[in-house]
Ligand binder design. Sequence first.
Ligand SMILES: [Cu+2]
Length: 498
Amino acid sequence: NNRIARIELRDFKTRQILGPIPNVSGNHGSTFVTPNTEYVLAASRFSIPLPKGTVAPLENYASQYKGVVAGISVDPNTGQMAVGWEILMPPFNYDLGDAGKMASEGWAFWTCYNAERATGKLEVTATQKDRDYIVAVDWKAAEKAAKEGKVKTIDGVKVIDPKDVQGVVYLLPCSKSPHGVDVSPDGKYIVGSGKLQSITTAFNFEKVKTAISKKDFSGQEDGIPVLKYESIKDAEINVGLGPLHTQFDDQGFAYTSLFVESAVAKWKLGTWEVVDKIPITYNIGHLATAEGDTVSPDGKYLVALNKLSHGRHLTVGPSQPECSQLIDVAGEKMKMLYEAYTEPEPHYAQIIKADKIKAIEVYQKADSKHPNAIWDVKDARVERRGNSVNVYMVAVRSSFEPNKIEVKQGDRVTIYLTNIEQTTDELHGFGLNEHNINVVVDPGETKVIEFVANKPGVFPFYCTNFCSALHQEMQGYLLVGGGKPGQGQQAKAAGAQQ
Ligand SMILES: [Cu+2]
């Protein structure tokens, strides 16, 4: 749905969901951030006619369909995200990105496939040419163009058309069918692999800048200059079959996942020699080294996020979990340490040092701002206003107060439930029978539960998050009167027949 969520690492809760992002279609090129989180990168996987809602014949795909790469701005004080700028791109399929850093600070990169601008059976039609592209955006120039109004407004956001604004975006020819680009920790190398070629290419960012200043171009796509491959590449590394993504360690080594070969290749930046290889089970896609996307990777560990497990675990039906493997990369030779099973399909990860995360375990009473929170059992009550029933409820080991709610059929019920515990790991839950309601309330948190009591009868509510030896006793009753017995069951039976 072209959305980006921001999760606060203080409590690991989602604070914002931005989107659907205008003009971006199938955001597969996220979420990579610039070094100071000025922007989060986003990109269209599926080019479509713009603005959204426009229909153009698929026969006109090459000219009337458009991709978009975007910088989602992040407020440095609040973290609030908004669309910063977008760039109108040829109808390729845009894939994973990475932000420039150090030597390439101020730039953003994405790979794209389907340089053929093909439709139909893409496995054939989109693999005709020898090369696809890495998109290189000078995001400071994009920011400036947006600020100076050198934009079109499409669906309410600022969109830069490279035909009108020069110097914002360039294309670097890359091996066929790439699925990601990775910038080395010093920012000097832009590393891209195409899964249909057995090499990984290290582009030298200095050479990219020189080629741009000398206009050393081999062509253009919809007004975007294409740089000459031979002028900007430093090395082609013979990593193996089906190279996809590359991560880095603290000793100048790079690790490239090999999907077809089911292996990870370790190679040296600068000398470009492949020094080690380790088999993976099976078909590795993404991989993550400790802080491997940063300017100072931590090394030591690598996690291989594999796409297929091919029955390495007990079979429990056709749907199979996938395999992730933990590899020790501290020594000369990579060592397999452990494997575990994850939901399909593992798609990117970050490993962050634990001491960087300062998460809370309890919401402090002093910080409670909810207007309807109550912190004393004495304040627990049920209030009626017309057909609205407000319940001010406390959860604390091991009871709910009040533990009886009496309403009439059709009443709108709102429960303000505060878990007044201030103890680590003392969460409570609130489940209401046959109402499809089950919420978890963290220590010190207030949750609002709203529903219309449209079924007559007596409905137990109970704690659904284990809390104490008397957890099972933590329960109460909702009594919904004034209705005709059996009504709920009749409605249910009617529903079942449909
Ligand atoms: Cu409980």
